[in-house]
Design a protein around this ligand. Structure first.
Ligand code: RIB
Length: 307
């Protein structure tokens, strides 16, 4: 008897694509200080694209909706999507606007500091999503982050609800959200910083994350999953609160760890896994990603996890 792979329904990612310009440094420089780093690399990134690539490498069928420029970075990022088997005909091209860029410093403690020039990501409008709304019909999940304009994120969530497609929002980078979006969200996946900003609490550990998750659940979100880095993930929904510890690893670069977790979580849910098992898949994938450098270069393939 052959072992059949689980059938996976399509995942739709609406979000950003960036070229990451990455320098490894011993520590963050002070204001006015010039600091010599170790090395420099250019990697494909952007929270939306990272999450799309994570879904694809972990076994998902993915369509990406976003914008790129007609420039070297834009062409390279599009080639990358195609190489991953991600449907890219819904990634439009804006003449005259530069592709999004992220400047990233990664220090000796594996922490990153990121500054962004949104470029074409800022040109993704609600109308672009409306043109592709039919993709949400029958999709397993719409995956959203906040590196594209808020009205676009909100419209995408509204359309997904209309088609009965579950919505996952990763509220990153941290910013406040319009009240109208809360009841549209099936899975909210903030990290400590984002959960703190959204609730006014200081989230640092499973106990404070539990308090933050309870506040977020009162807003009408169905499942809250707060990622706590090396302290694991806190899951809260109407069935209660559960803390899943992280896999212990020696991290060298945490860039895209959250994106990789979301890819595993979403792919697991699309395969029909129970929430706890889908979270474990995301955690396993993220635990591998932090042992490697770069955003997309660090994201593992499913076969690596299975072995
Ligand atoms: O989440 C990591 C990503 O954040 C990087 O790839 C960078 O592009 C920024 O968007």
């Amino acid at each position: 008897m052959t072992t059949q792979k689980p059938s996976t329904r399509r995942l739709v990612v609406v979000g950003s694509l960036n070229m990451d310009l990455v320098m490894r440094v011993p520590r963050a420089p002070e204001a006015g200080e010039t600091l010599t780093g170790y090395d420099f690399a250019t990697h494909p990134g952007g929270k939306g694209a990272n999450q799309a690539v994570a879904c694809a490498r972990l076994g998902g069928k993915v369509t990406m909706i976003g914008r790129l420029g007609n420039d070297a970075f834009g062409h390279s990022l599009r080639d990358g999507l195609i190489a991953e088997g991600i449907a890219d005909d819904t990634v439009g091209c804006d003449e005259g606007t530069a592709t999004g860029v992220a400047m990233i410093m990664v220090d000796d403690s594996a922490q990153n500091r990121i500054t962004l020039a949104p470029g074409t990501n800022a040109k993704l409008t609600p109308a672009h999503v409306e043109q592709q709304a039919a993709l949400l019909d029958g999709a397993a999940m719409l995956i959203l982050q906040l590196e594209v304009p808020m009205p676009t994120v909100l419209r995408a969530a509204e359309l997904a609800n209309r088609y009965g497609c579950p919505v996952l929002l990763n509220p990153a980078p941290a910013t406040s959200l319009p009240d109208s979006i809360w009841p549209l969200i099936d899975y909210l996946v903030p990290n400590e910083t984002e959960a703190s900003l959204l609730t006014g609490l200081t989230v640092t550990d499973p106990a404070s994350a539990t308090e933050a998750a309870k506040i977020l659940l009162t807003k009408g979100i169905r499942n809250v999953l707060i990622t706590l880095g090396a302290q694991g993930v806190l899951i809260a929904n109407s069935e209660g609160v559960q803390h899943l510890p992280a896999f212990p690893v020696d991290a060298v670069d945490t860039t895209a760890a959250g994106d990789t977790f979301i890819g595993g979580l979403s792919t697991g849910l699309a395969e029909g896994l129970p929430l706890g098992d889908a979270v474990r898949l995301g955690q396993r994938a993220a635990s591998v990603s932090v042992t490697r450098h770069g955003a997309q270069p660090s994201i593992p393939y499913r076969a690596e996890l299975d072995s």
